[in-house]
Design a binder for this molecule. Structure first.
Ligand SMILES: O=C(CO)[C@@H](O)[C@@H](O)COP(=O)(O)O
Length: 227
């Protein structure tokens, strides 16, 4: 596939990212999927359907054009069953070059409780801002591009939680998308600890500081200095 000079490099990066996700216990068994855009921009590499994150190889990764054309594969596997939402996100957001979708347990716990994970730490305020909770499809099945794409048409959205399903992190690179998958899971864990401690200590949200962004903090410093 000489028309994709960066193919081997992107495949290696996807394999390494998938292994990092597996080793971090964000994705076990054959669930979840991840993909990356190739340099020519009208094609992606995506995990094959039914393969685990720890079993991605140069031979089984799939190459698909943004128009949906699936290029011949060395093995009898097909692209991920979530291919259509991956393709649609690449079509509607030119800033997205990688997508990591996983079923990380703490975040999927919130997703299954129908609770949007709050961005309550300095890191998540700065790096995520908000993680919309995307409902199941109309028939109660897994979310598709019909439910997912409208949320990501907002260019400020980098992470989302899929009700009863898992998470999506998108980024300009595979590492950026993987970092988001990790922060989503970490934030869900922190939120659970906070919620549990607040309940144990009889605290309510009124007892908590009203936190903002670093820019707001900087602005308050400079306005205080001028006063
Ligand atoms: O949970 C879902 C259903 O969309 C998928 O993430 C999961 O089954 C993995 O499917 P693929 O192996 O990518 O086809």
């Amino acid at each position: 596939m000489s028309e994709f000079p960066d193919l081997s490099e992107v495949m290696d990066a996807l394999i390494a990212t998938a292994k990092r996700c597996f080793v971090a216990d964000l994705q076990t068994n054959a669930g979840g999927n991840l993909s990356a855009r190739l340099a020519r921009r009208d094609a992606i590499v995506i995990k094959p359907s039914g393969a685990g994150f720890n079993e991605c190889t140069q031979e089984n990764l799939q190459v698909v054009m943004l128009d949906g054309t699936i290029l011949p594969s060395e093995v009898a596997l097909k692209p991920s069953k979530d291919l259509d939402f991956h393709l649609d996100l690449y079509r509607i957001r030119d800033d997205i070059n990688a997508i990591v979708h996983c079923h990380s347990p703490w975040a999927t716990g919130y997703a299954s409780a129908g609770i949007e994970i709050p961005c309550l730490t300095v890191q998540t305020i700065e790096k995520i801002g908000r993680m919309p909770l995307i409902p199941l499809s109309a028939n109660g099945g897994p979310q598709t591009e019909v439910e997912i794409s409208p949320v990501f048409r907002d260019p400020s959205i980098r992470a989302a939680v899929l009700a009863n399903h898992g998470t999506i992190g998108v980024g300009s690179s595979l590492m950026a998308a993987q970092y988001l998958a990790e922060i989503i899971e970490e934030t869900a864990h922190i939120a659970y600890v906070r919620d549990t401690l607040m309940a144990a200590h009889g605290k309510t949200s009124a007892d908590l500081p009203q936190y903002g962004t670093a820019a707001e903090a900087r602005a308050s410093v400079s306005s205080t200095a001028k006063a």
